[in-house]
Design a protein around this ligand. Structure first.
Ligand code: ZN
Length: 255
């Protein structure tokens, strides 16, 4: 009896995993802006809606928008210059660039669909317009690279697989481990892809791409209580990142 029960559980487990895998395969699509094949479940309209919905809350968590209208206009101007001179312009996304009042947390982030944020803490550390373009270009890279979409879609896949494995052979934790590692390494790849796209957008808009390395140096120095959640948490070490940025500069410089 026990053994028959076990066999049924194994069968169910395999069926659930197989179903999840097939569904994942059917959700693979090539990103038209990067050429990379990804698991995508949200439409651009859904991405835009999620971004617009979460934007006010994200802003609030960082003290709201910065009151200086000149600074806001400057961030907008640099962001739009990057969009208008690159493939970002051809996407259905609605780009919006916001300077947040937070003067403690050195951070910048993007929500799916085009809402981009930089904190005053990071903004005030930047030495020139090119470095601001580097930060915003990196964030536009996350939007156009559909990284949130991919992470949400992958998470759903791993949830289904974990469920299947638990039903099958109480291996849930093991499979869960794989899932988390995969999610984290995707995160690191996202950052590298965004650095690469950021360099490309900088060059297209006439900015000095070497200043992306300047941004990395600033982030490297920003240790201690000034954590950099978006820029550093899931990252490969900064030296490795700088090396890759240098390669991107070489790659796009003569295009
Ligand atoms: Zn990033």
């Amino acid at each position: 009896m026990r053994s028959r029960n076990f066999k049924i559980r194994i069968f169910l487990g395999i069926a659930i995993v197989a179903f999840a895998y097939l569904r994942k395969c059917s959700q693979q699509e090539e990103n038209p802006y990067t050429g990379r094949t990804q698991t995508i479940t949200l439409s651009p309209e859904q991405e835009i809606a999620i971004g617009l919905q979460s934007a006010p809350q994200m802003a609030q968590q960082h003290g709201g928008l910065h009151p200086n209208n000149n600074y806001q206009a400057f961030v907008d101007q640099v962001g739009n210059k990057l969009v208008n001179n690159s493939v970002a312009q051809q996407t259905p996304y609605k780009y919006d660039f916001h300077l947040l009042a937070d003067d403690k947390t050195i951070n910048a982030f993007a929500l799916p669909g085009g809402q981009v944020f930089i904190t005053y803490a990071l903004f005030s550390k930047l030495e020139n317009e090119d470095q601001l373009a580097g930060v915003l270009g990196h964030e536009i890279g996350h939007v156009l690279g559909k990284h949130s979409n991919e992470r949400i879609s992958e998470a759903n896949f791993w949830k289904t697989v974990t469920m299947g494995a638990s039903v099958g052979a109480d291996m849930g934790e093991f499979v869960n481990g794989i899932g988390q590692t995969t999610l984290l390494s995707n995160g690191r790849d996202d950052e590298l892809e965004s650095d690469d796209l950021g360099v490309k957008f900088m060059i297209k808009a006439g900015y000095n791409p070497e200043e992306m390395i300047g941004v990395m140096e600033i982030l490297k120095q920003a240790a201690g209580p000034n954590r950099v959640p978006e820029f550093q948490s899931t990252h490969p070490d900064p030296e490795n990142r700088i090396e890759k940025i240098q390669k991107s500069i070489e790659k796009y410089k003569n295009q």
